[in-house]
Design a protein around this ligand. Structure first.
Ligand code: AMP
Length: 443
């Protein structure tokens, strides 16, 4: 299957060939013909599947094919709604790149930055608008934006949009769009809320679903490093230095945790910055740019801030703390091993997080190998504590407290007693990390 065979024009094929894409991904092969035909689409696809090009390429093609005569100012014809600022900026960058041999123009409209340059930009031609809902509503209120000629609407990451509380904003936006239009909805999951949004929005949609990332994640090497909760930072520093990791994306659960960890890494001469919702857009963009260029060794992020970060060949993702929602694990590790490149996802797991880990393994239907780094073996005397927000729970919710995966039992020491000493010298024996392919860690 080639991009040309899907009906895309030479100009578009040229741009994507230059970007290094040789053949369409499964979501692209399925979505492109549907979008080109003008029908509505309901697509189950996560970030990392190539979904952005799946909707962008056919939109570019359709807008070019039905280009309006250039009299007066051309109206905005396609609207892409995206939950986060970073992702919106990235999607618009892709639109520009894929459309570089076309006459179409695009614009990013996101919050956290001065609105005036956006108002200025709207005075010239914009064919495709990529926006986050809040800032778009600001423009509508200020009457600086006209959406009365929208022909195509994309709701990207609809599940995230709802998780982030954007449903009312979306409904307000939908209410002012022209009724006659093509609608494309992308979501990684299909809750009842998403289904009801889709029911109200889509007209006889074609439904497609591609393999979840966890089903196609062979390129990602996943590892669990057992460690005590108080020694996670020490272990992280050890791993980064010992294995010479560069471009490490580290996930923490809280903004405060992200700040603290970044500070501590810097003290240990590991250049690190934190990104999260409390940072200004300028700071987030700068951190991301430095990280992408390789200047910044470690980026510490919360789930929301990291959503949609697209760094090709990001080699390392670290779960400094395990996510409470198992799907977030899949999103997190989806930052690595993307589109054909290999990556490593490492989870530092303490005794409080066994239940979360168990839920993740149940969701992804695979046991994650355990690697015990000598000198960091969990102390069997340390008992599990309820973790932040009173939770030591995943999302399964089908077991009572205390019935988790041996949650109150200390992790067995990999390979027996790790603090063995040499029979001849009496000194601790240096040992290589022990890898357990199955079993071994509270399984
Ligand atoms: P997305 O799911 O849209 O975030 O895309 C995930 C990654 O795959 C991005 O880095 C894209 O640049 C890349 N990508 C998208 N389509 C292709 C393709 N057909 N071949 C190779 N890489 C692709």
């Amino acid at each position: 299957m080639t991009f040309s065979a899907l009906g895309l024009s030479d100009e578009i094929v040229r741009a994507i060939t230059e970007r290094g894409y040789t053949e369409p991904t499964p979501i692209q092969a399925q979505a492109i013909p549907v979008v080109l035909s003008g029908g509505d689409l309901l697509a189950g696809a996560q970030t990392g599947t190539g979904k952005t090009a799946g909707f962008t390429l056919p939109i570019l093609q359709r807008l070019t094919a039905s280009a309006k005569p250039a009299t007066g100012k051309a109206p905005i014809r396609a609207l892409v709604l995206i939950p986060t600022r970073e992702l919106a900026a990235q999607v618009e960058e892709s639109v520009r790149d894929y459309g570089k041999y076309l006459k179409l123009t695009s614009m990013t409209m996101i919050g956290g930055v001065n609105i005036n340059p956006q108002i200025q930009r709207l005075k010239s031609r914009v064919d495709i608008l990529v926006a986050t809902p809040g800032r778009l509503l600001d423009h509508l209120q200020q009457k600086t934006l006209d959406l009365s000629h929208i022909e195509i609407l994309v709701l990207d990451e609809a599940d995230r949009m709802l998780d982030m509380g954007f449903i009312r904003d979306i409904k307000k936006i939908l209410a002012i769009l022209p009724r006659q239009r093509q609608n494309l909805l992308f979501s990684a999951t299909f809750s009842d809320e998403i289904k009801s949004l889709a029911d109200g929005l889509l007209n006889k949609p074609v439904m497609i679903e591609v393999a979840r990332r966890n089903a196609t994640a062979e390129l990602i090497t996943q590892k669990i490093y057992p460690v005590d909760r108080e020694r996670k930072r020490e272990l992280l520093i050890h791993l980064i230095k010992e294995y010479n990791w560069h471009q490490v994306l580290v996930f923490t659960r809280t903004k405060h945790g992200a700040n603290k960890l970044a500070e501590q890494l810097n003290k240990d001469d590991i250049p690190a910055l934190a990104i999260h919702g409390n940072k200004s857009q300028a700071a987030r963009t700068r951190a991301l740019a430095e990280f992408k260029s390789g200047k910044l060794q470690v980026l510490v992020a919360t789930d929301i801030a990291a959503r949609g970060i697209d760094i090709i060949e990001l080699p390392h993702v670290v779960n400094f703390e395990m996510p409470h929602v198992s799907e977030d694990y899949v999103h997190r590790i989806g930052r690595t091993g993307r589109a054909g490149s290999e990556g490593e996802a490492s989870s530092l797991v303490c005794i409080d997080e066994h239940k979360l880990l168990w839920d993740i393994e149940r969701l992804t239907k695979r046991e994650i190998p355990v690697v015990q780094i000598p000198g960091f073996e969990p102390d069997p005397r340390i008992k599990a504590e309820p973790i932040l927000n009173g939770q030591n729970r995943g999302q399964g919710g089908d077991r009572k407290q205390g019935q988790g995966r041996n949650r109150t039992r200390a992790a067995p020491r990999a390979g027996g007693d790790q603090r063995r000493t040499s029979a001849t010298t009496g000194k601790p024996v240096a040992r290589k990390p022990v890898i357990h392919r199955s079993g071994g860690y509270n399984r």
